[in-house]
Design a protein around this ligand. Structure first.
Ligand SMILES: Cc1cc2nc3c(=O)[nH]c(=O)nc-3n(C[C@H](O)[C@H](O)[C@H](O)COP(=O)(O)OP(=O)(O)OC[C@H]3O[C@@H](n4cnc5c(N)ncnc54)[C@H](O)[C@@H]3O)c2cc1C
Length: 385
């Protein structure tokens, strides 16, 4: 693996978290998948080692590290346990980033120090039965009644819902159609009228505690209004960095692991009296996989570095996300092929890598939506070398 200009400190962070994940999280990864169990105890371990809140200011207990360090950590976690990586990037990602970026000082003081300590796990809930890519179609209503907002409606596909304590929830605050009427509330677990609905079983990432959220006359204190209607652009803006650290490094870590495992397999397995790896046709597949992984890593680290340098770009984010998503599907699919029937057996990790990688092309904006966003930047003249 190339170091791509990482500093000594960044390499140290990467190597330390890799060792921790290999030792502590890898042994339970297959079981978490099989039993649909979120490995939430791993988050405690990560908090105890100071990884939660790594990008937060020291005023809230954080380590003030950059997005690149965050990416390095998530990538290494995903190499050994994709579910842990997803839970970490979720609880440490969208909600605290949003609170830091555009939250009130009261919200920052109330929530950030506890999130940084790992005492408060968070989730972010946008999707609904009729609002997926079309965020402006959110129908969950929040109506002001005295000192509270009353929420009614339901949400889908909320990663980490089963284990989280605090939810950033998109709601319709104003009957105005489309995005103009949408805002956001902070809703705490245990608020009367708020229940975590059924667990949602997807093809992969089965240990992320994904569930429905149900709001039935749920009274949320008015102080928990996070974003009034009409300001969604601000929220989507601060979440742009999270699209880099929350999804692509998970893909990269999974692909890296699939690659390393399949290289070992083809070197070891003999057919026709020689290792599979002696066939040039298979060697070229390995070379293609390595090229794909390296290209994705270069894109990802570059996108994170640019954010850290104060030069974020929508095109960088979308190119990185879409490329890394598709790379992970190609690499994990090829790894299954190279492993033959073992690749499809639940006794081996290859099918899990593929299942885990597959959904990443849909979560956090589908590949198609990111393609549209890249095209928009090109046509508007905002993309160039
Ligand atoms: C692993 C995973 C984790 C997730 N975690 C969360 C979470 O924590 N919180 C949350 O709120 N949601 C989460 N989601 C939901 C996710 O955000 C949505 O699935 C996603 O936005 C797509 O919405 P949809 O599934 O309704 O698909 P749709 O929007 O119905 O799209 C269906 C298909 O049509 C395509 N399409 C739609 N519109 C266009 C267009 N204008 N142009 C071209 N193609 C288009 C899409 O690309 C897709 O291929 C998660 C999903 C997954 C898979």
């Amino acid at each position: 693996m190339q170091d791509l200009g990482l500093t000594e400190e960044q390499r140290l962070i990467r190597d330390n978290v890799r060792a921790l994940a290999r030792e502590r999280f890898a042994p339970g990864a297959a079981l978490a998948d099989k039993q649909y169990q979120a490995p939430v105890a791993n988050l405690r371990v990560l908090a105890d080692h100071g990884y939660t809140g790594m990008c937060m200011p020291s005023a809230y207990g954080g380590s003030e590290l950059g997005l690149l360090e965050n990416v390095l950590v998530v990538e290494q976690l995903a190499r050994y346990c994709a579910n842990t990586a997803m839970l970490f990037s979720c609880t440490d990602g969208a909600t605290p980033r949003a609170i830091l970026g555009i939250g009130s000082e009261a919200h920052k003081q109330k929530y950030l120090p506890r999130i940084v300590k790992g005492e408060l796990l968070t989730a972010w809930s946008m999707s609904e039965p009729n609002a997926g890519s079309d965020v402006g179609n959110v129908q969950t209503r929040a109506v002001r009644e005295g000192d509270a907002f009353v929420l009614n409606g339901s949400k889908l596909w909320c990663t980490a819902a089963q284990v989280s304590d605090l939810f950033l929830v998109l709601v319709r605050l104003d009957p105005a159609p489309g995005m103009k009427g949408v805002g956001a509330m902070l809703v705490e677990r245990g608020t009367p009228g708020f229940t975590i609905g059924k667990h949602l079983d997807l093809l992969g990432l089965r240990g992320t505690g994904m569930a429905e959220l149900v709001f039935d006359n749920c009274r949320v204190p008015a102080d928990n209004l996070f974003l009034p209607a009409g300001r969604m652009r601000e929220l989507l803006g601060v979440l742009d960095a999270d699209r880099i650290s929350g999804n692509p490094p998970v893909c990269l870590g999974i692909a890296q692991s699939a690659f390393e495992n399949v290289v070992a397999h083809v070197k070891d397995r003999q057919q026709f009296g020689k290792p599979l790896a002696d066939n040039q046709g298979l060697q070229w597949k390995l070379a293609d996989m390595a090229m794909d992984i390296e290209a994705a890593r270069a894109l990802l680290y570059r996108a994170a570095m640019r954010v850290d340098e104060g030069r974020p770009s929508i095109a960088d984010t979308s190119i990185t996300k879409a490329y890394t998503n598709q790379m992970a599907v190609r690499v994990t699919n090829e790894a299954m092929q190279l492993a033959g029937a073992y690749g499809l057996s639940e006794e081996y990790p290859f099918e899990r890598y593929f299942r885990d990688a597959r959904g990443m092309s849909i979560g956090y904006g589908t590949v198609e939506i990111h393609r549209s966003s890249i095209a928009r930047e090109i046509i508007a003249g905002r993309y160039g070398v």
